[in-house]
Write a protein that binds this ligand. Structure first.
Ligand code: B1M
Length: 210
């Protein structure tokens, strides 16, 4: 039986060795990878977020927790796949300009790769013109935009506008996500789909190319 609370506590304590050890133990006990992710790591990161907001944790500590989570996500990666293959749709994903958060975006990328798509993960702080250039060079069918800050959400709109202006809008489905993003915001900026989490993002992407 996995001790999700221990994973949460170790992550909040920024104890990378302990988080890694607990996640490895849970994997060895055949606890489903999605449970380790959702009930352990993501739940822990939510508490880190609350502590950050309340001034009980500072950026260097938050970064340590994020790094611990990132390394465990890499370990979980092969176990998170859905195993189904699609036609290898070309997907571009990135965090919009001004925003440096990448854990959630990397999870989405990972789930889409596991679903058989050719994912081009551009990284963080990606300007609208760079999304446009990558759509052209990778002949993308789907573009995924991630934003974690309310202050960078307008950059999603600017990116959608840049894609429209480039003449490529009809070629791609635009998907948006990230903690502050909503379906209403997606509709407002003219994107095609909002996904609240990595699993639903991969499902939606598959439905777009089915
Ligand atoms: Co930042 N940060 N941060 N941070 N950070 C938040 C987002 C915040 C909510 C914390 C808080 O105050 N409670 C707050 C934003 C407030 C707001 O805008 N309303 C905040 C702030 C304020 C900031 C800074 C401004 C702090 C400062 O400097 N004073 C600064 C901004 C830097 C910048 O980006 N320019 C900053 C910096 C950082 C760190 C660098 C220290 C670090 C990021 C490290 C990294 O990513 N490599 C960090 C972290 C770790 C967080 C929290 C604690 C955790 C984010 C995370 O990784 N969550 C976060 C609080 C929180 O979210 N609870 C916080 C886990 C991840 C799995 O979830 O990213 O939501 P998430 O992804 C989910 C879904 O949203 C969805 O699927 C994912 C998996 O299910 N999804 C998509 C995400 N992208 C998608 C794209 C899609 C589809 C679905 O495309 C189709």
């Amino acid at each position: 039986m996995a001790d999700f609370n221990a994973i949460i506590e170790a992550l909040v304590a920024c104890d990378t060795d302990k988080v890694t050890q607990l996640v490895d133990a849970a994997i060895a006990e055949k606890v489903p990878a999605t449970d380790i992710l959702n009930q352990g790591l993501i739940a822990g990161m939510d508490i880190v977020g609350e502590k950050m907001e309340n001034g009980d944790m500072f950026i260097p500590e938050v970064l340590m927790a994020a790094q611990a989570m990132g390394s465990c996500v890499e370990t979980l990666k092969p176990l998170l796949g859905e195993g189904e293959s699609t036609e290898g749709a070309s997907v571009i994903i990135g965090t919009v300009k001004g925003d440096l958060h990448d854990i959630g975006k990397n999870l989405v990328s990972m789930m889409m790769e596991s679903a058989g798509m050719a994912v081009h993960n551009l990284g963080v702080d990606i300007a609208p013109e760079d999304f446009v250039a990558e759509i052209k060079s990778k002949n993308a069918q789907i573009v995924c935009l991630s934003a974690l800050l309310t202050t960078t959400m307008p950059m999603m709109k600017q990116t959608v506008d840049a894609i429209v202006e480039s003449g490529l809008r009809d070629q791609v489905k635009i998907m948006v996500g990230g903690a502050p993003v909503t379906q209403a915001f997606c509709d407002e900026i003219g994107a095609d789909g909002f996904a609240p989490d990595a699993g639903s993002a991969a499902k939606m992407a598959k439905s777009f190319v089915a």
